[in-house]
Design a protein around this ligand. Structure first.
Ligand code: KG4
Ligand code: ZN
Length: 349
């Protein structure tokens, strides 16, 4: 079978409306991302109903902009890939219905992609020298999970968060510090000026075996610290930076610790970190330091490929199309679905 050449990717699982064209699974010809920050900022978080309505109004323009940027028409495409889950159901359905209709009208094959398979594909898209087997750490607003990535088997889940996702914890603590939504990047910026040893926040599950994570205790500890400092006469700019830096260290250390352990115990030599929180500079620094000390290579996509985008969806979809996977008009959206259970995972099985 001839592999598809140019795949249009569509991503609407949360609050980014995105479209991209990727050639041969590894060259990004165009990638357009439209965020909804201003829409959700007054509420301090993503409002699902508003998100899906906004996708509906924007998606056709975003797809047209991506084709325009690539200098291509529908006839130049070989397939359509769309995020089918997990995510906000209403938002997913907008992208899914659009992709199916477009593929039907253009006579193109269509595949549904798992959002995390997309995030993981971003690592190989950014660095084609990255070869399986490797450890895939997915850190985003909805997920915190470690996978063993193989070529011929579905991703094997080694561990995941038992409660909140790390990005969610960043966003909640940022909100408590009075930072504007989306809080994660704002908290990270504030933290750069603070002392990360100022507050000894807990490192949950640090001594527990295995690869699971927990963020709800850390979130509560940060909330209590902020409350205490406010009650004792104000947090102040310096105090807020210290709390932010200490929280950021406590949130990112367990990611590095588990990755180090997994690399050792699983006999791996490469680590790819993907998802929105992979844009975090402290996580990058500490993971790279661990890699130098323990002798594993560390692969972080550039920030634009870490947060939600459609190039990663097109890249993951390209692999599926290349091995003959096709999804018909009955393809539906899934709000929650494990990566390894799907026919839309990274590979075989
Ligand atoms: O992958 P993504 O765009 O969407 C989901 O699939 O969740 O990740 C968004 C998450 C948000 O929680 C955001 O606050 C966090 O990634 N994030 C960061 C940084 N940039 C984005 N967290 C910490 N430091 C950053 N620099
Ligand atoms: Zn994501």
């Amino acid at each position: 079978m001839t592999p598809p050449e140019r795949v249009l990717g569509i991503e609407t699982s949360c609050d980014e409306t995105a479209a991209a064209v990727v050639e041969d699974g590894l060259r990004v010809l165009a990638s357009v991302v439209r965020g909804q920050d201003d829409l959700h900022a007054p509420y301090g978080g993503v409002v699902p109903e508003l998100a899906s309505r906004d996708h509906l109004g924007a998606l056709d323009r975003i797809v047209a902009a991506a084709l325009d940027e690539a200098g291509l028409g529908l006839d130049d495409l070989s397939g359509v890939a769309v995020t089918a889950g997990p995510g906000l159901l209403g938002s997913l359905l907008v992208g899914l219905c659009f992709a199916k209709a477009l593929a039907y009208r253009a006579g193109l094959p269509c595949v549904g992609v798992h959002h995390l398979a997309g995030h993981l594909a971003a690592a190989e898209l950014a660095d084609p020298s990255l070869r399986a087997p490797y450890l895939g750490l997915v850190v985003s607003g909805g997920h915190t999970a470690l996978y063993r990535i193989e070529d011929e088997a579905p991703p094997a889940l080694l561990g995941e968060t038992l409660d909140d996702a790390v990005g969610e914890a960043f966003d909640k603590v940022a909100k408590l510090l009075g930072l504007r939504f989306p809080g994660g990047p704002a908290l990270a910026r504030l933290a750069e000026g603070g002392d990360e040893r100022a507050v000894a926040f807990p490192r949950p599950l640090a001594d527990a075996p295995g690869y699971d994570f927990s963020y709800s205790g850390l979130k509560t500890a940060a909330a209590l610290e902020i409350e205490r400092r406010r009650a004792e006469g104000g947090l102040g700019e310096e105090g807020a930076a210290d709390v932010a830096a200490s929280f950021q260290a406590a949130a990112t250390d367990p990611l590095v610790l588990r990755a180090r352990r997994a690399v050792r115990e699983e006999g791996l030599r490469r680590v790819a970190v993907v998802g929105g929180v992979a844009a975090n500079l402290r996580l990058r620094r500490e993971m790279e330091r661990a890699g130098r000390e323990d002798g594993f290579s560390v692969h972080f996509p550039p920030a634009a490929l870490c947060t939600d985008n459609a190039a990663m969806v097109a890249a993951a979809g390209w692999r599926l199309l290349a091995r003959g996977e096709r999804h018909g008009l009955e393809l539906s959206a899934f709000s929650r679905v494990p990566l390894a259970e799907l026919p839309w995972g990274r590979s075989g099985a």
